[in-house]
Design a protein around this ligand. Sequence first.
Ligand SMILES: Nc1ncnc2c1ncn2[C@@H]1O[C@H](COP(=O)(O)OP(=O)(O)O)[C@@H](O)[C@H]1O
Ligand SMILES: [Mg+2]
Length: 265
Amino acid sequence: MGIEQPLTGGMDPSAGVVRVGDTVRRPAGRSAVCSLLLHLEREGFEGVPRFLGTDDEGRDVLTFVEGDVPLPPYPSWALTDAALQDLGRLVRRFHQATATFDAASATGWSGEWADPQGGPVICHNDLFPENVVFRGGHVVGLIDFAEAGPGRPFWDLAIAAQEWAPLHAPGARLHHPDDLDGVRRTALLAHAYGVDPERAEEFVDVIAEERVQQLGNVRRHVAAGAEPWASFWRESEGEDRAAADDAWLQDQRSALIDAIRAPGP
Ligand SMILES: Nc1ncnc2c1ncn2[C@@H]1O[C@H](COP(=O)(O)OP(=O)(O)O)[C@@H](O)[C@H]1O
Ligand SMILES: [Mg+2]
């Protein structure tokens, strides 16, 4: 076997994801995720890793998706309006490709970050820039399906809006410049995805709902002292940032609804 090159991008450098030639090896994941990747291959959905099997160390073997993955602090090429629109269209196609997946036959999804209501598509549930592949300034792929599971499409879009628009308060952002207009860009994402303008308010409600669940998870891990998250949260003043984000999002609620409801470009 060739040289093992550690891959970084997740918060946890001990996650054990490595590249070997054209493949990626990860600690064995959930069989539901393997079935999902095989389904996407059958559907001809490009831009996600193919599941190739298991190596003799019991790790999952996936294809390496060639391209660049933006790591924090996010580079400007990852934060263009065009990239955000690419992402909206790709997530839409991804959801459509999962609508024909027999989710009932696949059990054992990770529920932690997933939509508690379940739903008609499989959501990625971890749509951070670190899990998106670019080529030539365009979004071409999604990786890291460890948290995927059934959900409402708005659940994934809520995560993407939060992490790409971003929906963090200017002045309290860690990885994005303060001058990115999170409200305008959330609408751009929604329009590229094809969100029905009539459902703008519902989408903004799901953004709030997803945020409550996400913060609950983070606080539970921090309280349990799980590293590296506990140190990161403390050192980056996570509670202060969360309070600033909550207040800002509340303030922006009607502006967000109006922007999503307005006709797209
Ligand atoms: N199939 C893949 N193709 C290309 N790059 C990958 C692939 N899998 C992982 N990577 C790279 O490795 C990093 C970490 O892998 P990821 O699957 O996201 O693990 P983690 O669970 O640690 O977030 C990613 O951010 C990306 O840069
Ligand atoms: Mg990742």
